[in-house]
Write a protein that binds this ligand. Sequence first.
Ligand code: NAD
Length: 299
Amino acid sequence: MTTPNRTIAFIGLGIMGAPMAAHLVDAGYDVVGHNLSRLAVDVLVERGGRAATDTADAVREADVVITMVPDSPDVEDLVFAEDGILANAKPGTLHIDCSTIRPDVSRRIAEAEVERGIRPVDAPVSGGEAGAVEAVLSIMVGGDTADVEAARPILDVVGKTVVHVGPAGAGQTVKAANQLIVAGNIQLVAEALVFLEAHGVDTESALAVLGGGLAGSAVLDRKGATMRARTFAPGFRIDLHHKDLGIVTAAARAAGVAIPLGAHVAQLVGSLRAQGHGGLDHSALLMQVDQLSGKGPTT
Ligand code: NAD
């Protein structure tokens, strides 16, 4: 096969990373997987990928390293540790970080990588587990134009809307804005559902017509039915959205920008997490609206 950047080290085979890596295998890439728990690596191998024993083993021969891990310290560790990317990847390797992390951390990683001849691209994604499974993610990409263009054929395999939004870290800044909009939207869909139910309205019909007007949204389309059924299996965990709202409130503060509604929703997400629901899908914000409205406990 003559595909450039053929060998991809894929680190972080969780809810998002596993289907993304599988699509890359299906597209003909040589994908070497690494994950904290072995089961996900075995699933990738069954699909046609290869297993690495650790990060160094994964990245050593790779043309491209993709990281898809939970948080900023996780990516920092993968980059800066002794067995990490800086110490073990070949010069010229593309590092595409698809994790959602702090924009300032992303920029710091990019500076260190450029110094070592690694080509950093931040490419956080939106679209949830379904978007990853269906390979229709929206991907907001930051980095040097040549590096982003080199990453694009790979990102096109897992995404439908791939947009270069600016220099290193810009993808993460756009993703922070994405998380602000999504959290606020979920909270308001939750409030609308509880409101509609309290008035005895059939919520299936109500959501159908709301979805066709200005109130329509991807949240309404993708989460409406499960929210009506009050099933909150992740999906996107409250723990991760709590992390992301920490990122956007800190970044807004650093920029001297007020996000009053976003800060309020951040508190509601934090409260749900403090009540022990960090492992549920972020649509579980509905549980808290139920509770605040006297419709039952969150536990
Ligand atoms: P997840 O917890 O399901 O998966 C993360 C995976 O990374 C785990 O399998 C874990 O074993 C692995 N991992 C962590 N540290 C590692 C290390 N040092 N070496 C090897 N493997 C390591 O998380 P997820 O839901 O897939 O989310 C991943 C990232 O994508 C997060 O930053 C999240 O905010 C973002 N994101 C998630 C969604 C979603 O709907 N789940 C949507 C958009 C963006």
